[in-house]
Ligand binder design. Sequence first.
Ligand code: NAP
Length: 213
Amino acid sequence: MDSSNKTSLVIVGATGLVGTELIRILDKTKYRITIVGRSREKLERTFPHGDGVEDYMTWDDFEKADAKNWHVILNLAGASVSGTPWTDAYKQTMIYSRLNATNMCVKKCGSSTQHKIRLINASAVSAYGFYTKPFHRFTEKDRDRRDTSSPPTFLQDLIDQWEEAAFKAEAFGSPVTVLRTGVVLDMKEAFFCHGYWKGFGSAKLFLDTCICY
Ligand SMILES: NC(=O)c1ccc[n+]([C@@H]2O[C@H](COP(=O)([O-])OP(=O)(O)OC[C@H]3O[C@@H](n4cnc5c(N)ncnc54)[C@H](OP(=O)(O)O)[C@@H]3O)[C@@H](O)[C@H]2O)c1
């Protein structure tokens, strides 16, 4: 396929658990991949052999870039919710890093005058209520089953703000998809084979679905 016919996919926060595996499996004949991160050195270190990545951008580059040829922005960026104690200061880092990254992605969606950029934004299963019985199968309605007698948990509050920020791209006509991922235990065993992704057959097929429909 000619490079100009490929879907131009800009992955923000690409150096993490999800991004690195996704980039490994994505069909490079279909996607022209650009990755964005806080450090060019880290981007190059994470993908030393290129792995089909065509361009590397720092956040500065991203902010200044012309988005006219971009088709999809996949935003995975955010300070990790595991591994660091949730002090008040770190909670602010978790929130700010996600809202800031999402706001910048939304701004890029708004800057494209030629065509609509699709935004696929990370989110998490905490958007749904907590289950009260084993093997409860969640649907979109479960969001309405949150315990309204108590305030939202920290993660629910974070996710509400995060998704609200992402859906602002709709004001520019951009289709928005939020990925309410469960806990990623292991890329081969948990993330791509079970649960959330199973109905789509594979993460690659899922991403194709998000991009194409
Ligand atoms: N892994 C899970 O179990 C899980 C479950 C549900 C939801 N999610 C969500 O899905 C997304 C991707 O998951 P992941 O496990 O791949 O995430 P991750 O590895 O923790 O982080 C993804 C990327 O975010 C960037 N990042 C880290 N701290 C940042 C900060 N303070 N400001 C801006 N960017 C920062 C980093 O990229 P650079 O260093 O290159 O900038 C990092 O590679 C995340 O937003 C996560 O919250 C993950």
